[in-house]
Design a protein around this ligand. Structure first.
Ligand code: C2E
Ligand code: MG
Ligand code: MG
Length: 698
């Protein structure tokens, strides 16, 4: 016989009775492990400390009873068979105890029913516990549905709603009673979602799941967006018994997404399209114009002097001005045009589908006119004009990058020509751009290619006709021995940051060359070097010059640095540091191209200038233009009164020389005496001219 084990808790005062029961169980093949208790406290301890299969309890004990034991049993919330085994008991008492929850009653004198009773009760207890678990599960599931943070709708296989949870009631405004009996999806806005709804039913009827976002209507009429998932529930035979829809309100997320989309495409301040959207629109305009054999135009607009308004009146005034500027641009463009803000004070207008150039001109003219009116800020008039560059598709480019760059270049041309105007992109601008790119690329490694040269133009004392100084002028020799002149590449070197290297090369070479002149022909020969404003903005420039002078043993006063008026007007801290240090070392300073800038006498007093160079434009007109002659005379007098020496630049003929001599111009530079020479030519020329006793160094 198969041995079965059983854990029994005996609530019994008689050991004999326990033995009796054990013998009966053994007869049926049970291996019993047991404990016997006869007080409430011991019973309680046993129930807590061990798991039992059965409780067998005596009816009456000296200190305990079956009734009390049942009480302890139920307090412990256990569900195992509780069987009373006792001597004779009144029938009413048995019934009473069974009502109290005992599972069976046996007379100890006839235990034949004991094993079947235990086995039956154990089976029933298992069934009870399984049912309890199932009920608990259902109750948790239904609680989950009831308290779900998303709407849950259950319908029959025909799509008729049988249940909606409280969240559904809250989101749609329809109560459970109102919803039940309606079709699944009755809150969905059918017009807007008919395709999706059709697809939904097709899918779920096939027995598959569907999910998507649909627009729903709240009972109050308010629209909202829901993420909806519908799945069919099937029975064991795979028949659909219900549909269950889970719906989540995603309006907040969608509006956030919409906001993000707006932010990604529109400018916050002005509400205009931003660069991203502008590029999109431009590509569309290009595509359409190419397809329709029409033209499209791109206007790049930059506000002139806007920075002044921002800097002097503050950013909030600047912001208001920009908004007003947008309003003006809007008046000037057509409905089909796109107006975009590229950032700062830069705007773009895209004109798609243009039949002829006149339309573009009209728009540009209108903008210029609108911006010629003052902006009234705090009761005061401010003039902020517009500079416009125009590029057209397909003539000036067929992709947005090229068109934007070309319109931008045309805009810079408009600025260059005095602002407050528009310029179309032209071949000339294009050629300039190409040249600029070529120069910039070539400049990058020019030092290593040995293509830079310094020429020296003699500076003459008009009475003795001796050469007293020379000006170093930079040349860039090409492979075919032609020169690129400095005005073609200095500004490019400046804007690309390459001027530092080029500038240092100039100082180094000039030091080396003048040293050779000092050693070979004239120890007092002065050399003038042109210094770009950008070089002076580099920290340590003065140290570099000092180091070169020391290395080549050149006296600082024999080197003159030519700077232009712009350096004085846009004085920066580093420029000031460099110039102060250079003056302190004893280098001479001269002001170049004087008269072409706007600097006043006050500027000239900022640094101890030794020399003033009158610009060639004055000298060349001395004979024909009385004003220029007079101005030249005044400049000479003024410089002398400030203890400065005067050099006239670009002297080309005798008449000019005579006028300058009469008015006591100290030194002359120009083709009349000499063009810029190589170092070797200069050596020969100094020897030839300064034919007196040469002040040879030695
Ligand atoms: P700048 O400093 O005013 O130099 C004088 C310019 O006038 C030189 O032109 C010279 O060749 C030219 N010139 C001299 N005499 C006459 C004349 O009688 N008639 C005419 N028509 N022209 C005359 P260049 O060498 O083309 O230099 C142009 C400008 O480029 C210079 O003007 C200077 O601002 C700049 N530059 C030249 N070399 C350098 C340099 O090494 N560094 C920097 N930063 N700028 C330089
Ligand atoms: Mg110069
Ligand atoms: Mg000059």
């Amino acid at each position: 016989m198969e041995e079965k084990s059983l854990n029994i808790l005996f609530v019994e005062d008689s050991i004999d009775d326990v033995e009796l029961t054990l013998a009966e169980l053994k007869r049926f093949g049970y291996k019993v492990s047991f404990q016997r208790v006869e007080t409430e406290q011991r019973m309680q301890e046993s129930l807590v400390n061990r798991t039992w299969d059965v409780v067998i309890c005596d009816y009456k004990m000296p200190e305990f009873s079956a009734e009390q034991a049942l009480h302890v049993y139920y307090q412990n919330q256990i569900d195992i068979p509780f069987i009373i085994v006792s001597g004779v008991v009144e029938a009413e008492d048995v019934v009473y105890l069974l009502k109290q929850g005992a599972h069976d009653f046996l007379n100890k004198a006839s235990l034949a029913r004991l094993v079947p009773a235990i086995e039956r009760e154990m089976r029933e207890s298992t069934v009870r516990s399984e049912r309890r678990h199932a009920e608990e599960k259902v109750s948790i599931l239904s609680l989950a549905v009831e308290q779900s943070p998303v709407s849950v709708v259950i319908s029959n296989p025909n799509g008729i709603i049988e249940y909606v949870n409280p969240k559904f009631e809250e989101t749609t405004g329809y109560s459970n009673v109102e919803a039940v009996g309606n079709s699944l999806g009755f809150t969905i806005l059918h017009d807007a979602s008919s395709d999706s709804l059709h697809h939904l039913w097709e899918t779920v009827k096939r027995g598959e799941e569907w999910s998507g976002e649909l627009c729903s209507l709240h009972k109050s009429g308010q629209l909202f967006w829901e993420y909806i998932n519908v799945s069919p529930l099937k029975d064991d035979n795979n028949n659909v018994t219900h549909y269950i829809a889970i719906q989540e309100d995603v309006t907040a997320r969608r509006s956030y997404e919409e906001q993000l989309r707006r932010q990604a495409h529109y400018d916050d301040l002005t509400g205009l399209a931003n660069r991203v959207l502008m590029i999109d629109r431009m590509e569309l305009a290009i595509e359409t114009s190419l397809r329709n054999h029409q033209s499209a135009a791109l206007l790049c607009i930059d506000l002139d002097q806007f920075k002044n308004v921002n800097d002097t009146l503050g950013h909030s005034v600047g912001d208001n001005l920009l908004k007003e500027a947008v309003a003006r641009l809007a008046i000037c463009s057509r409905k089909s045009d796109t107006l975009a803000r590229m950032g700062g004070d830069e705007f773009v207008v895209i004109l798609p589908n243009i039949e002829n150039n006149l339309v573009v001109k009209e728009v540009a003219d209108r903008i210029i006119k609108e911006f010629s009116k003052p902006f009234v800020i705090d009761g005061a008039d401010h003039f902020v004009t517009a500079s416009i560059g125009i590029a057209q598709c397909p003539e000036n480019g067929q992709d947005h990058q090229v068109l934007l760059r070309n319109a931008d270049l045309a805009m810079y041309k408009a600025k260059e020509l005095g602002r407050n105007q528009y310029q179309f992109f032209t071949d000339e601008i294009n050629a300039k751009l190409k040249q600029r790119l070529f120069i910039e690329r070539a400049l990058r490694d020019i030092e290593y290619r040995d293509e830079l040269e310094l020429l020296y133009q003699p500076i003459i004392e008009p009475v003795s006709k001796n050469i007293v100084a020379c000006e170093a002028l930079l040349r860039w020799r090409q492979k075919d021995n032609s020169y690129i002149m400095p005005d073609k590449f200095i500004s490019i070197a400046e804007s690309s940051g390459l001027i530092k290297n080029v500038g240092e090369w100039i100082v180094k070479t000039a030091c080396k060359d003048i040293k050779a002149i000092h050693e070979n022909v004239d120890a007092s020969m002065k050399v003038a070097i042109n210094i770009s404003p950008k070089q002076l903005q580099v920290a340590g420039f003065s140290d570099f010059v000092a180091q070169q002078l020391t290395q080549h043993q050149i006296k600082p006063h024999l080197m003159e640095l030519e700077i232009t008026e712009s350096v004085l007007m846009n004085d920066m801290e580093e420029t000031n540091n460099n110039l102060q240090a250079l003056c302190k070392m004893g280098l001479h300073l001269s002001i170049d191209d004087f008269g072409t800038g706007y600097s006043s006498l006050a500027y000239l007093q900022k640094y101890p200038f030794n020399t003033l160079k009158i610009d060639r434009s004055f000298i060349s007109q001395i004979e024909d233009n009385k004003n220029n002659a007079k101005l030249t005379e005044t400049m000479i007098k003024m410089a002398h009164s400030l203890d400065m020496q005067v050099i006239a630049e670009g002297v080309e003929n005798k008449a000019q020389l005579d006028y300058l001599s009469v008015h006591k111009c100290d030194l002359i530079q120009g083709f009349l005496f000499s063009k810029p020479l190589t170092k070797e030519e200069l050596l020969v020329e100094i020897k030839r001219r300064n034919n007196k006793m040469l002040r040879l160094a030695k």
